[in-house]
Design a binder for this molecule. Structure first.
Ligand code: NAD
Length: 493
């Protein structure tokens, strides 16, 4: 066992909230953060009072005019400076990120940490989003004289953006929202997930040091729904950028409607993974195994719903079973561990409940399903086969290391099965050629489709169809998402 050597965590460290440029003590005490790998307490997070939630929104509102009027080049330069500082210091947060997320040390170092600075760096260069409309002559009419009509279309910041995020990749989820929002001239109130907010508070110290004016970036934390819900109904907040479950997304849409919140909703997924009759099964296996090995399936884009041509079914199941047996489940600090814990005991119970529902609904438990004898919240890599479209394990997002396999009889049938879902975030096609994968992929109701690959393009728009969300982010699409469109029009003589 090659255990990573990390600095011991100071579990008594006092974490604070950043509101209007001041680091303040929490108004409602603290709550425990538990390491999913060991079930031990790794720290105590601030519990913001509702008055502090309101203060944070008000501080962001007060800072808005100055930040909005700062040239985009200056705003982006600050994001670049923040990216540099994050890249320099993020390594010092390895133990904290690993400890509060429970991610394996390999996933912590390869995915959780580096993507934080990268998301800021993506917006270090200003982009000209203005557009001029083609002028056209207007004849004299009752509304005015003749002339040449022109218009210039510009992007304005939306205002105060509440960034409310999920627990799975705490730093990546927040930086992916804050960076484009800030580049566009919005101010932000960050509300990370209750389970693992500590490293994000530390990253905020780094971001603040980059030189953002007071109130431009604020962070509040809390153990339940109240802090986020307070932002959603705050009249000082103009937009909610949310990453989380579809169920909470629906609540936010309802609660935000009274104040007409602009919404960016990045919600749940149940990724279809179609394998055609001529596909390279081995290539697909590597992708599907990521459901087990990439943060124990706690990733919205995971290819959890495998739809394989009947002629390749046995080959796929045999090979997946063999791979599942080879993945080491164990201490997240062991560099040989592939499958670490899920985030909480409650979530493990939920995952186990889904596995039992699969068996009750008639699926075959091909492998896994058990609870390893370890102190944390582990679930064995699980493969359910002989699945049917209406089973709960096929229709619901499990967010754990569980793969469900269905058979199809041809491309049309595969597409029909893929689209028989409330979700449509990220799906995949593995086919004998990219051209065939392209033709199948374009028919899937999904915001993103990976063709013979799991890898997304970092600048491509990201977001969901159906219950998987509203809006798109990443690259220039992220700037669009955090802006209002304004048309300035005139009639020249
Ligand atoms: P969750 O919906 O339980 O919580 C997400 C956030 O919402 C947390 O910060 C939580 O405190 C807050 N919240 C809860 N109730 C609220 C309310 N009434 N008003 C305002 N805020 C509220 O999600 P989770 O368990 O943290 O994360 C898992 C989910 O996130 C999965 O469904 C996963 O697919 C989704 N996810 C989606 C993406 C994406 O980009 N589409 C990325 C990562 C995770």
């Amino acid at each position: 066992m090659a255990l990573a050597e990390l600095e011991p965590l100071n579990t008594d460290e006092e974490y604070r909230l950043l509101i209007g440029g001041e680091w303040v003590a929490p108004g409602a005490g603290t709550y425990e953060i538990v390491d999913p790998n060991t079930a031990r307490v790794v720290g105590h997070a601030p519990e913001a009072s509702m008055a502090q939630v309101a203060d944070a929104a008000a501080a962001a509102k007060a800072a808005l005019p100055g930040w909005r009027d700062t040239p985009m080049a200056e705003r982006c330069a600050l994001l670049g400076r923040a990216a540099n500082l994050i890249d320099e210091r993020i390594g010092g947060l390895t133990g904290l990120v690993q400890g509060e997320t429970g991610a394996t040390i390999n996933i912590t170092e390869a995915v959780q940490l580096p993507a934080c600075g990268e998301r800021f760096r993506q917006y270090e260069i200003p982009v000209d989003l203005d557009e001029s409309m083609t002028p056209y002559p207007v004849e004299a009419n009752p509304l005015g004289p003749a002339g040449l009509a022109g218009a210039h279309v510009i992007r304005q910041p939306v205002g105060v953006v509440a960034c409310i995020t999920s627990y799975n990749f705490p730093l990546v989820n927040v930086s992916g929202k804050a960076a484009p929002a800030l580049a566009m001239g919005n101010t932000v109130v960050i509300k990370p997930a209750p389970q693992d907010p500590l490293a994000m508070i530390k990253v905020m110290e780094i971001i603040e040091e980059a030189g953002f004016p007071p109130g431009v970036v604020n962070i509040i934390t809390g153990s339940g729904a109240a802090a986020g819900a307070g932002l959603v109904t705050s009249p000082d907040v103009n937009m909610v950028s949310f990453t989380g479950s579809s169920a909470v997304g629906v609540k936010i849409m309802e609660a935000g409607s009274a104040t007409m919140k602009r919404l960016l909703m990045e919600l749940g997924g149940k990724g279809a993974c179609i394998l055609t009759d001529d596909c390279d099964v081995d290539a697909a296996i590597g992708a599907i195994a990521s459901v087990w090995g990439l943060h124990s399936g706690q990733i919205c884009t995971a290819p959890t719903r495998v739809i394989v041509h009947r002629s390749r079914y046995d080959e796929l199941v045999d090979k997946l079973t063999a791979v599942a047996g080879m993945l080491k489940v164990g201490d997240a600090l062991d560099r040989e561990t592939i499958v670490g814990p899920v985030i909480t005991e409650t979530h493990r119970n939920r995952v186990e409940h889904f596995i039992a529902s699969g068996v009750a609904d008639g699926a075959t438990l091909q492998c896994g399903g058990g609870r390893p004898d370890l102190p944390g919240y582990f679930v064995e890599p699980t493969l359910l086969v002989d699945c049917e479209p209406d089973m709960r394990v096929v229709q619901h997002e499990i967010f754990g290391p569980v793969v469900a396999v269905l058979a199809h009889d041809g491309d049309d049938h595969a597409v029909e099965l893929a689209n028989d879902s409330d979700y449509g975030l990220f799906s995949y096609v593995f086919a004998g050629s990219t051209a065939r994968a392209f033709e199948v992929g374009r028919r899937i109701e999904s915001g993103n489709v990976g063709l013979n690959s799991l890898a997304p393009h970092v600048h491509a728009p990201f977001g969901g169809f159906k219950m998987s969300g509203v809006g798109r982010d990443r690259g220039v699409f992220g700037l669009h998402a955090y802006s209002e469109i304004q048309a300035l029009s005139w009639l020249a003589k």
